[in-house]
Design a protein around this ligand. Structure first.
Ligand SMILES: C[S@@+](CC[C@H](N)C(=O)[O-])C[C@H]1O[C@@H](n2cnc3c(N)ncnc32)[C@H](O)[C@@H]1O
Length: 235
């Protein structure tokens, strides 16, 4: 029997209208819709796609052990891949939802690594949160010969400082619980007036705040700090 196809479907940054036509079509046509749930919590990717989901198509949530030791995290992806493989072997076409774009720090990468050499696989790009955040801030990420860099706040303070030093414009992603550290670092580097935090971009409760006005404390995981060293503060 021919196996089913695995689709990594980017669902965009939050606003369902930012999903692609291709993603919307696949969600109507596949046999199974799967999505990760960090530590069993509600899936953000599913929440985004919810208005387009057809209740008649079965769903397969799989739990991912986020913020756990690497071996535990990896084992949770192994278990998810094994469950998805069962359906693919049974000739089911499976869409795995992924917030933003699947190949930009997407959870789908871990599924892809485990299954793409065994099953036909299609990656459906999505609008990434980076471009969404720039639109929310109403400031381009890069123009002309400008250079734009992305750094996850999880890299640790020394590396973060080094990467900020060598950047023109940068996005710091995965800010969440690291927000105070990021804010302090940018303050020490005299960049606090050149940065803004964008929280839950494109959602109805989106917030855009100049970093100098952002109160301390952890932020939602769906927060990005944009830093512009060029002319003019972020609006
Ligand atoms: C694991 S990465 C996934 C990125 C995703 N695949 C993409 O293409 O945007 C998660 C990080 O993306 C950023 N992010 C995702 N959605 C966001 C949103 N709606 N608003 C602001 N930042 C967001 C946050 O920095 C978050 O910690």
């Amino acid at each position: 029997m021919t196996s089913g196809t695995l689709y990594g479907v980017g669902v965009g940054p939050g606003d369902v209208e930012l999903m692609t036509l291709k993603a919307a079509r696949l969600l109507r046509e596949v046999d199974l819709i799967a999505y990760p749930r960090a530590n069993g919590e509600e899936s953000f990717a599913r929440l985004i796609a919810a208005p387009l989901l057809d209740r008649k198509i079965p769903e397969l949530p799989f739990t991912i052990a986020m913020r756990k030791p690497a071996a535990v995290l990896s084992a949770s992806y192994d278990a998810a891949a094994a469950r998805l493989a069962e359906h693919l072997r049974a000739a089911k076409n499976v869409a795995v939802l992924c917030e933003g774009d699947p190949f930009f720090y997407g959870s789908f990468i871990h599924v892809y690594d485990r299954l793409a050499d065994r099953f036909p696989t299609v990656v459906v790009p999505g609008v990434t949160s980076l471009t969404a955040c720039a639109a929310s801030l109403r400031r381009p990420l890069a123009a002309g010969s400008g250079i734009f860099k992305v750094v996850p706040a999880t890299v640790g303070e020394t590396r973060l400082r080094h990467e900020i030093d060598g950047a023109e414009t940068l996005a710091i992603i995965k800010v969440g619980v690291h927000f105070d550290r990021v804010r302090r670092l940018l303050s020490e580097l005299r960049l606090i007036d050149r940065a803004a935090i964008v929280e839950r971009s494109t959602l109805s409760d989106e917030r855009v705040t100049p970093l100098s006005e952002a109160p301390p404390g952890p932020r939602t995981y769906f927060s990005t700090v944009l830093v512009y060293k060029g002319e003019g503060p972020p609006q």
